[in-house]
Write a protein that binds this ligand. Structure first.
Ligand code: GAP
Length: 582
């Protein structure tokens, strides 16, 4: 075991790590948070190691070794949590390494094809992960497409005519500066403007290797020639531009309007890192929002959200060393901190989506890009940021792309992409005033971090995901393994499965089954007991409180609908029952 230091927002945090052998690889795992002071951390580490030796860390009977290891971490965290400030808690409650281990153990996410050693930057979603990811995408689509008049959806292809990437500028400009540390030899990417200014984490100087285009190349057809070269798309956005005119006509969209898309993107990142945060294959949920070029200052939806409060971090605040400021978007626009109402509106609208699905509002901030860091296409960009355990990071980029893309595609395709605006009776090439572009994997991390709770009473992890996002909606248990109990439980499962993802769990003690489902974020545990056989009622256990109510079996489906779709509490639907096992 050894002590390591991590920098979070410029502050040092110490952790106790342990090396473990997995096959022929040695990996390190976080055992405990040790505080911010080196001397204190060493002292604390010695105490913990001593405790472990004395086997004071015995944990309850939860199953295999992986679970025990994680419980050990939680035991220590429980002790440490009470001593930490809020800021420290945010950065120490659950590290990205712990989340990676947890996701693998529970079947959310695995390193891709791990039996062959995996491949950096590629991940496979397991049985729980695929459900959470699909639920998340469905909620995004409902909010951004179904619930609006002004947005239509598409699903473009991953490989398309390579001229698209010439027109968009990606073929020539989608590059990073590839550097290698002269001391530790770790490869990395940096911005052009940072050459000679930044150093590696180990304090080593960087050696510039060269420019590196992030697009994956492939070949279409049997013969590899210059003309068969194609790319895996590095963003979904360009297909929206290429199909723009068809979609506008087919869906009879009138300015202002948007086109939305969810799909895979691929970037040959030089240094994939932090689990799902930066991968080489990921999904994007993007909208291109088109407006009349002469109406950039009008925003038809602004009033709906003008009082929405954002944590604003403008270019000026960053350059003068000020902190971000909480303000209503109407004030931010009035003071010209956010220049366009459209930008304020989309920043608020996107934050609202996260908050409605249970994300922690204190971990969100909107940060304006500095003039020198803007992409080649953008006139103004704001990022929606989230406070990850490794610091404030981009969650979603919201760029004002002007008419860059449509005019480039007009030029390269020689097609007229102007549309007729009925209100002004003119033909115009619209502006993309905002392009909200969110990575599915980053949203996945946000919901996992905010849902993760260690329950002191239960001595167990409880994943408090919003019911809409929860991978499993209910788990059904017969209290004892006897045919009549099993039969009734199976009938309930069969009926509920017509609408919801439900599991049937008949092995292990009841306490163990609850614990397993709390960790998976299962909203309700349904137990078939002796009374169920007599009066067709079951006990329904609420994940977040571990309280139970008794309800009639025929009412179950409607109760689940209300809990998932309307946010009702399970406890509203029946009389509380007291049980020995919570
Ligand atoms: N169409 C604009 C665009 O692609 P971007 O800022 O490059 O803009 C948008 O990407 C979002 O896609 C990011 O905010 C992030 O959520 C996600 N994203 C980008 N690169 C990623 C990567 N390597 N791994 C995971 N997500 C990524």
């Amino acid at each position: 075991m050894f002590v390591t230091k991590k920098k979070v927002n410029g502050k040092d945090y110490y952790y106790l790590q342990k090396s473990i052998r997995e096959g022929n690889k040695i990996k390190s795992e976080c055992i405990a948070y040790l505080g911010k002071d080196k001397e204190e951390a060493d002292k604390r580490a010695a105490e913990i190691i001593e405790k472990i030796k004395k086997e004071e860390w015995r944990v309850k009977d939860m199953g295999d070794g992986e679970e025990n290891k994680e419980n050990m971490v939680n035991e220590n965290k429980k002790e440490e949590k009470s001593k930490l400030s809020i800021d420290e808690k945010a950065s120490s409650i659950f590290t990205i390494e712990e989340l990676t281990t947890f996701c693998k153990r529970k079947g959310f996410v695995y390193p891709s094809a791990e039996i062959y050693g995996g491949l950096a930057g590629f991940w496979d979603f397991g049985p729980l992960g695929v459900e959470l990811k699909n639920n998340l995408k469905r909620e995004w689509w409902k909010y951004h497409v179904y619930q609006r008049e002004d947005i239509a959806g598409i699903d473009g292809s991953i490989i398309t005519n390579p001229k698209v990437w010439k027109a968009s500028g990606h073929a020539d400009n989608f590059t990073d500066v590839y550097v290698k540390c002269k001391k530790c030899k770790k490869p990395s990417k940096i911005d052009k403007k940072d050459i000679g200014k930044v150093k590696c984490e180990c304090d080593g100087e960087y050696e510039v290797i060269g420019d590196f285009n992030l697009m994956f190349k492939t070949n279409v057809g049997p013969v590899e020639t210059e003309n068969s070269l194609a790319y895996l798309r590095p963003e979904t956005a360009q297909l929206i531009f290429a199909d723009f005119k068809f979609v506008q006509e087919n869906s009879r969209l009138k300015l202002p309007f948007g086109i939305a898309q969810i799909g895979k993107s691929f970037r040959n990142e030089i240094s994939p890192r932090d689990f799902l945060f930066r991968c080489r294959e990921f999904e994007q949920m993007e909208i291109e929002y088109f407006i009349h070029p002469e109406k950039r200052k009008e925003c038809s939806y602004f009033e709906e959200l003008e009082n929405f409060e954002l944590n604003v971090y403008s270019e000026e605040m960053q350059k003068t060393g000020k902190d971000s400021v909480k303000m209503k978007i109407k004030d931010a626009v009035e003071k010209e901190i956010i220049k366009l109402k459209w930008h304020g509106y989309w920043l608020a609208n996107e934050t609202k989506w996260f908050l409605e699905l249970g994300a922690d509002k204190n971990k969100f901030r909107v940060r304006q890009h500095l003039s020198e860091e803007k992409s080649h296409y953008a006139t103004d960009t704001w990022d929606l940021q989230y406070k990850f355990p490794f610091g404030w990071q981009e969650l979603e980029g919201i760029a004002d792309r002007g008419n860059f893309d449509l005019s480039q595609h007009e030029k390269f395709s020689k097609e007229d992409l102007k549309i007729f605006d009925e209100e002004t009776k003119t033909k115009v090439l619209p502006h993309v005033v905002c392009e909200p572009s969110l990575g599915v994997e980053r949203a996945f991390l946000v919901f996992m971090f905010d849902a993760y709770n260690f329950d002191e009473k239960r001595q167990n992890i409880v994943l408090k995901l919003n019911p809409k996002l929860a991978p499993i909606k209910a788990a059904v248990f017969p209290i004892v393994k006897q045919p009549e109990y099993n039969k009734l439980a199976e009938d309930i499962v069969r009926d509920l499965r017509k609408e919801f993802n439900v599991v049937y769990d008949k092995s292990g003690s009841i306490g163990r089954r609850y614990a397993r489902n709390d960790e998976a974020g299962t909203i309700a545990c349904i137990t078939v007991d002796e009374q169920s056989l007599k009066d067709k009622t079951i006990t329904l256990r609420d994940r977040d409180t571990a309280e139970q109510v008794r309800v009639k079996i025929p009412e179950l489906k409607e109760i689940m609908r209300k809990v998932i779709n309307e946010g009702s509490s399970i406890l509203e639907f029946g009389k509380k029952v007291s049980t020995r096992v919570k």
